[in-house]
Design a protein around this ligand. Structure first.
Ligand code: HEM
Length: 244
């Protein structure tokens, strides 16, 4: 196969509406030129990271919309948009696996290209990390305080699967998927550079493990523990076998 023919197609000047609308010329030149790639895995490495940034952009954009719809108490819109956010988070997790097709040796070569770059500098991840505090404030004031409700009411003492409960579950799902991303990213790190190695900033990668258990919405997890404790008091912490 003549590679040059394929390469020139992928690098052609845009002329058709499809290409113009999607800005394909710019998009396809966001990766290193084929001749500058350090090895056969570097294109995949760049594309996965760039795509993850695009998904993060979409998530943050959707979260801002969700905040507006929470403010307006438009529950149906909030639920639809959360579905989009959750699906995008799942895609982000799934595509990490692509990088596990890269050998540790090939990654060591790519790593030399990265300077002292760190995922902590990701614009999308930083924006995403800021959004949950705003969502929680709006949810709390519009769906809980405005109706004299608490998390305990909607999950336990006045549980009726109401709008506030549905939205709280969307927030919990967002939180859980974020933790899953952090967990899968941690596994990817172990697979690529091993346990207890150092990042390009010289920090132990184990520091990232804290993130896996950090919650954006701790109240939504605490209520589950509180319910188990409260119900457990009725039947005892260690239950009798149902076969006795
Ligand atoms: C072989 C693949 C990868 C390796 C070896 C790797 C390695 C690392 C390391 C060592 C850190 C810690 C950096 C520090 O302490 O400054 C880190 C952080 C991070 N990486 Fe990756 N990474 C990989 C792929 C990805 C991908 C595909 C993404 C996509 C978004 C990503 C996003 C992040 C983010 C957001 C952080 C900061 C996490 C936090 O602060 O909790 N990484 N990565």
């Amino acid at each position: 196969m003549n590679r040059k023919d394929f390469y020139s197609l992928l690098q052609k000047k845009q002329e058709y509406d499809y290409e113009n609308y999607l800005n394909t010329e710019k998009l396809l030149s966001c990766q290193k030129d084929f001749t500058s790639l350090c090895n056969k895995d570097e294109l995949q490495f760049q594309i996965v990271h760039q795509t993850e940034e695009l998904w993060l952009k979409l998530i943050v954009y959707s979260l801002l919309d969700i905040d507006d719809y929470l403010e307006a108490k438009n529950t149906n819109r909030v639920l639809s948009l959360f579905k989009r956010v959750h699906l995008t988070q799942q895609l982000m997790i799934e595509q990490l696996a692509l990088l596990e097709t890269m050998s540790p040796y090939d990654y060591q070569l790519i790593r030399q290209q990265l300077g002292n770059g760190s995922g902590k500098e990701s614009p999308g991840f930083r924006a995403l990390s800021k959004a949950p505090a705003y969502l929680w404030n709006t949810f709390n004031s519009k769906y809980l305080e405005a109706d004299n409700l608490t998390v305990k009411n909607i999950y336990h003492t006045e549980y009726r699967h109401c709008n506030a409960y549905m939205i709280a579950e969307c927030l919990a799902e967002f939180d859980e998927l974020h933790q899953k991303f952090c967990y899968h990213h941690m596994q990817l790190i172990y697979r690529s550079i091993g346990f207890e190695s150092k990042s390009l900033k010289g920090r132990s990668v184990e520091l990232l493990n804290q993130r896996v258990r950090e919650k954006f919405f701790p109240e939504l997890w605490q209520i589950r523990t509180d319910m188990t404790d409260a119900w457990g008091q009725q039947y005892g912490t260690v239950r009798k076998s149902i076969s006795d």
